[in-house]
Write a protein that binds this ligand. Structure first.
Ligand code: ACO
Length: 311
């Protein structure tokens, strides 16, 4: 029986079909998905903080409305992803506990500060741009609920990326001070954006197996290269300089060559020692404590509804 189930799973993956929640799956496949989807969900929720920081100080009502909608979208993405993880038999309360006790990670990128309003544009352009490159292939993830959640998320991310680029275009057509702000924000966010794709392939313990299972469709380095190739012409159109003297087009490879990110910095951030790690987790703990009454009220309401349904 076990062998039959295993064979059915293997055939599903080989035929590039979808694994659904009720299907049998190897425990490692389930564990990998829970790890990745939870980390992804946590990233969306923690990712609300750096941008939320500017909602009250947006320079116009239009920019405030856009930023509010964007931050709200990130909350929505987090919720879809927690729901997708729940189809694997875990509970979102348990996942939140693991985030708060730092047993599960969230993306390194959200441990950097947003110092000026130009950071909002650069996050849309680079961070959401990197997220799209990483996430579009996840729409074809072998696990159905994750792949389907990614379709909607990617549509919204693409809108986020464009709003960032439009903000930067406006600033680049503004004063010299505004252009300086955009350049400064680009200088600070470029390397952390490259790190979002994860460690180099040789140091990525999960990639090979995740690709065999059709969870990941490309390696970390492949996606990083794709992001660089896509972003260079965008930087030229904007009129900003990307802070890498090693960035040159290599006609033989048909790709841009670029320098190695500082992987020691990446490791420090993952170990909890980035510029904003402590603040991000503390803020999330505080929000969780402050939200206790909402969760209790919602649970009491659900229990009442259930009771009424029985009467
Ligand atoms: N930030 C934090 N942790 C990272 C990062 C990163 N940028 N990149 C890799 N890691 C962690 C991995 O989670 C793994 O740790 P773990 O085993 O304790 O979970 C370890 O570093 C080794 O990395 P890999 O073996 O390469 O891990 P994996 O195969 O999971 O690849 C990747 C990492 C590419 C981030 C993958 O998990 C992924 O595609 N996730 C979905 C996308 C996502 O989470 N995006 C979040 C940011 S985008 C946004 O929210 C707008």
């Amino acid at each position: 029986m076990d062998e039959e189930l295993h064979e059915h799973f293997t055939r599903t993956i080989e035929r590039d079909q979808r694994v659904e929640p009720r299907d049998w799956m190897p425990s490692g496949y389930r564990r990998t998905l829970v790890r990745q989807i939870a980390q992804h969900a946590h990233s969306e929720i923690i990712g609300m903080q750096p941008e939320g920081n500017w909602i009250t100080r947006a320079p116009s009502l239009r920019r405030k409305a856009i930023l509010l909608a964007k931050v709200q979208d990130e909350a929505g993405h987090g919720l879809y992803l927690y729901s997708a993880a729940e189809t694997l038999g875990v509970d979102r309360a348990e996942l939140t506990d693991k985030l708060l006790s730092q047993k599960q990670k969230y993306s390194s990128i959200f441990n950097y500060p947003t110092l000026t309003f130009a950071d909002i544009g650069v996050i849309g352009w680079l961070v959401d741009g990197a997220a799209i490159v990483n996430q579009v292939p996840l729409c074809r993830c072998s696990y159905g609920p994750y792949g389907r959640a990614m379709v909607r998320i990617c549509k919204e991310e693409s809108f986020h990326q464009r709003q960032g680029y439009e903000l930067l275009m406006t600033m680049m057509n503004g004063t010299s001070r505004q252009r300086e702000m955009v350049q400064d924000a680009t200088d600070r966010w470029w390397w952390p954006s490259l790190m979002m794709f994860g460690p180099p392939d040789g140091d990525s313990p999960n990639t090979r197996q995740s690709m065999e299972w059709g969870i990941k469709r490309h390696t970390n380095d492949e996606l990083r290269q794709k992001f660089v190739d896509m972003t260079v012409p965008q930087a030229e159109a904007l009129g900003v300089r990307l802070p890498d003297s090693g960035l040159v087009y290599n006609p033989e490879r048909g790709h841009y060559d670029f320098s190695e990110p500082d992987w020691d910095e990446f490791r420090r951030v993952l170990e909890g020692n980035g510029p904003c790690n402590a603040q991000r987790i503390e803020r999330r703990r505080e929000a969780h404590r402050d939200g206790a009454w909402v969760r209790e009220a919602a649970a009491a309401h659900a229990a009442k509804q259930q009771q009424r349904g029985r009467e």
